[in-house]
Design a protein around this ligand. Structure first.
Ligand code: IPE
Ligand code: IPE
Ligand code: MG
Length: 248
């Protein structure tokens, strides 16, 4: 198959891709390496994927990097993952900014160290006017937690008299989510062969196309991204209707 087949067709191109980056631990275990090494290689796959997404003209990329349920992992592994995020921001932020990447972080701030929150805030502030690629990092993120937090803020506005319950619509509700203002993902990719959402973007993927890739995240390459984009274009999105509808 022509690797760039998705560019040659007139079918709609996915503009927002969300990825569940899974399989770092198994990648390492298969090589007799510590799980941390899998996570380190996973960061390299993030760099590759961000560049490939930009080259392929994707405007929104959302990456699941630490879930609200990942706190149940051993303390050492959590420290390794947080250390990698800190290093990623320190090492890659200048390049991302130079390349026009706008960073956004979704998830709860609860439980995160003040220095990490400061780094995140600085990255968001530095890149806020960029327009080339909207990179959203789901960190300390769980969709049920996001929805519950949105409901709490919405209830506060009702209690304050700012919002009338009769005016609550899907659109109004979505504006309370961490993803407010972002288009819904067109395409959701999960690596490592697992066929589940693991509490990722439950509200937002209502009509996304799902592509499950067998390889572990550290092995994810531009070729696999292109193959997923081509697969997306072969799908017929109906949104409950009877015929294909453009997503443009
Ligand atoms: C994905 O890889 C990274 C995170 C969830 C933080 P895993 O660490 O889940 O790797 P597996 O699924 O155990 O192989
Ligand atoms: C989902 O992967 C979370 C991230 C990729 C950050 P997990 O490895 O935590 O999911 P489960 O436990 O296999 O469902
Ligand atoms: Mg996993």
């Amino acid at each position: 198959m022509d690797k760039l087949a998705f560019k040659a067709t007139d079918r709609p191109v996915a503009r927002h891709i969300a990825i569940i980056m899974d399989g770092n631990g198994r990648w390492a275990a298969e090589r007799g390496l510590p799980r941390a090494e899998g996570h380190r290689k996973g960061v390299e796959a993030v760099r590759r994927t961000v560049s490939a997404a930009q080259e392929l003209g994707i405007t929104h990329l959302t990456l699941f990097s630490f879930s609200s349920e990942n706190w149940s992992r051993p303390r050492q592994e959590i420290n390794d993952l947080f250390g990698l995020l800190r290093r990623f921001v320190r090492r890659d932020l200048a390049d991302l900014h130079k390349n026009g990447v706008k960073i956004r972080v979704i998830g709860t701030r609860a439980g995160l160290a003040p220095d990490l929150l400061r780094m995140i805030d600085d990255a968001i502030e530095l890149t806020k006017d960029n327009t080339a690629l909207n990179l959203t990092i789901a960190f300390n993120y769980g969709a049920r937690d996001e929805i519950a937090r949105a409901a709490a803020r919405l209830a506060e506005d009702v209690a304050k008299g700012v919002l009338d319950p009769a005016d609550i619509t899907q659109e109004r509700f979505a504006a309370y989510l961490d993803t407010a203002g972002l288009p819904d993902p067109d395409l959701l990719i999960r690596t490592s062969g697992e066929l589940r959402l693991s509490n990722f973007l439950l509200w937002q993927v209502a009509y996304s196309e799902f592509v499950f890739v067998d390889c572990y995240w550290p092995d994810f390459s531009r070729e696999q991204l292109e193959a997923a984009l081509a697969e997306y274009q072969r799908r017929n999105r109906r949104f409950g209707g009877t015929s294909a509808r453009s997503t443009a």
